[in-house]
Design a protein around this ligand. Structure first.
Ligand SMILES: [Zn+2]
Length: 265
């Protein structure tokens, strides 16, 4: 099994290739492009970034916009959310990105089951569009950190099962969502035992502060937590790609590479 690490954040178009070079020197082998405030890479710039990433052996993924809510009461907002995801898919295909990560939505006034059905329908529609356009990307709805936001283990696994989408396993979010009660073993077991997953899991991990309602904010990744997680993953036969979203995602990714090296893999 292998574990590769990388930051959430490629930087602006102008510094992207330089950043990838810098990441490569640190032993970083993954990078999630943050389109959290919009798709900022234009089609004409995608080729250059893709080639640099390929040359340096850095696997790219995309994090979609923060303002995505596939369960909005306003039909227009659902359409906007879908468009935001599809814009990521379109540029993602040109960047040869595989994973399109996003937070599916909020429960709002709806019951959990109804929310699930609305989000499932949207994901199936998005997949139709992806297929029609022959974009080589997979939708990876993420396990979320706040209890009032759609994205529990059960919800994400059910989406995977019923829509054949992929997923993002955010260990820090699940720790926060369960107010520290869910262990990394349990999280892994839940996703690993699903026989429909591939040979690699796309993950997020960073330090996190949480309370009764779940996630408060991300912090630098404590080395003790990192070692705890890696000791669990080490026993698995699956490969992992871990994206760090702490306030210093590059520094923490570099640290993760070092820690994993020292653990003898
Ligand atoms: Zn996220």
């Amino acid at each position: 099994m292998t574990i590769v690490f990388g930051p959430g954040g490629l930087g602006g178009v102008k510094e992207a290739v330089n950043n990838l070079e810098k990441y490569h020197k640190m032993g970083i082998k993954a990078c999630e492009i943050e389109f959290t405030y919009g798709v900022y890479i234009k089609e004409q710039n995608a080729g250059e970034i893709r080639k640099a990433a390929e040359r340096l052996g850095i696997r790219l993924s995309i994090h979609g916009h923060y303002w995505i809510n596939l369960n909005s009461d306003d039909e227009k907002k659902i359409e906007q959310s879908k468009k935001r995801i599809l814009d990521c898919c379109k540029i993602g295909h040109l960047l040869r990105v595989r994973e399109i990560v996003f937070h599916p939505g909020f429960y709002g006034k709806k019951e959990k089951e109804e929310t699930y059905q609305v989000i499932k329908k949207a994901i199936l529609e998005l997949q139709e569009e992806i297929k029609k356009n022959k974009w080589n990307v997979v939708l990876c709805p993420e396990t979320t950190g706040k209890v009032n936001v759609f994205g529990s283990v059960d919800e994400i696994l059910r989406l995977v099962k019923e829509t054949k989408c992929s997923f993002t396993l955010d260990f820090a979010h699940l720790l926060a969502r369960s107010n520290g009660k869910m262990s990394y073993e349990e999280m892994l077991k839940q996703f690993e035992s699903a026989n429909y997953i591939g040979k690699e899991i796309h993950c997020h991990f960073s330090g996190i502060v949480y309370g009764d309602k779940g996630e408060k904010h991300h912090i630098l990744t404590p080395q003790t937590e990192l070692v705890k997680l890696l000791n669990v993953l080490k026993k698995s036969k699956i490969n992992f790609k871990i994206i760090n979203e702490s306030p210093d995602p590059v520094g923490d990714s570099e640290l993760s590479v070092k820690v994993w090296d020292e653990m003898g893999k």
